[in-house]
Design a protein around this ligand. Structure first.
Ligand code: FES
Length: 255
């Protein structure tokens, strides 16, 4: 069930260039289940900036009623959010959308992420590992300064990093790593820029795959049509990324 709650900030820190990790506490965590869902955060109590910001859930801690989000502070709204400190409160709406279907993985899964698409893969990797699924993580970043959670992913399985400028790991994009790896997995899950999702689908046309789309959003709950995409179902058919997704099976969204 979707809830709106003023949640308590437990911790906030900068973990890479322009990237922040924010942990909050409250009853809304009870409603969280699928990795890949997101929340809509109202960054300020004043009317400006008015809109909420969609932020993906990076980690869920049911025992302590906490969850962690990772976001890039680039616009005015997320800059305001980056100033929140332990003890402050923020207005959170969620959990929203449909996440990754963990039950679809059989034995081994590839988790492929780019930039700010990487965070939801962390909770996904935790849940797959707890089900006995082997996970391999292929993660792309702009540069060494932009990398986060490398050690956390390594603790859960094989982890390969690509950077566009070659300052860490493989130089180039995640697809350069995919070309080198054996296709010995049954399911892939991916989150990141649309061009990356397209390339991943092309790389594995025969595999079962699930893709999480980063779309510009307004309401986050299916009411405003800001996030509409066409689908392969018919010429006129469309889906809303916020409420029908953000995760879709490979081949469904026309980007
Ligand atoms: Fe409003 Fe999706 S963001 S319908």
């Amino acid at each position: 069930m979707i809830k709106q709650e003023r949640m308590k900030v437990v911790a906030q820190q900068s973990i890479a260039r322009h990237i922040f990790e924010l942990t909050v506490e409250g009853g809304l965590v009870d409603e969280m289940a699928e990795p890949g869902q997101f929340v809509h955060v109202r960054v300020a109590d004043s009317f400006e900036p008015l809109l909420r910001r969609p932020i993906s859930v990076a980690s869920i801690d049911k025992e302590n009623n906490r969850f962690t989000m990772i976001y890039r502070a680039e616009g005015r709204g997320t800059q305001i959010l980056a100033d929140k400190k332990a003890g402050d409160e923020i207005d959170v709406l969620g959990p929203l959308g449909h996440g990754f279907p963990v039950e679809q993985a059989e034995k081994k899964a590839f988790l492929i992420g780019g930039g700010i698409g990487v965070p939801p893969l962390y909770e996904l990797a935790k849940q797959l590992n707890s089900r006995g699924i082997e996970t391999v993580h292929i993660l792309g970043f702009e540069s060494k300064q932009a990398i986060f959670y490398e050690e956390q992913f390594k603790a859960l399985g094989d982890t390969h990093i690509a950077t566009v400028d070659g300052s860490h790991g493989t130089e180039g994009f995640v697809t350069h790593i995919l070309n080198e790896l054996p296709h010995d997995f049954d399911t892939y899950f991916s989150c990141g820029p649309t061009a990356m999702l397209e390339a991943v689908q092309w790389a594995y046309p025969q595999k079962k795959g699930f893709l999480s789309y980063e779309q510009r959003m307004g309401c986050g709950i299916g009411a405003c049509f800001a996030c509409v995409c066409r689908t392969t179902k018919s010429e006129t058919d469309y889906i809303k990324v916020c409420s029908d997704g953000p995760v879709f099976p490979a081949g469904v969204v026309i980007s």
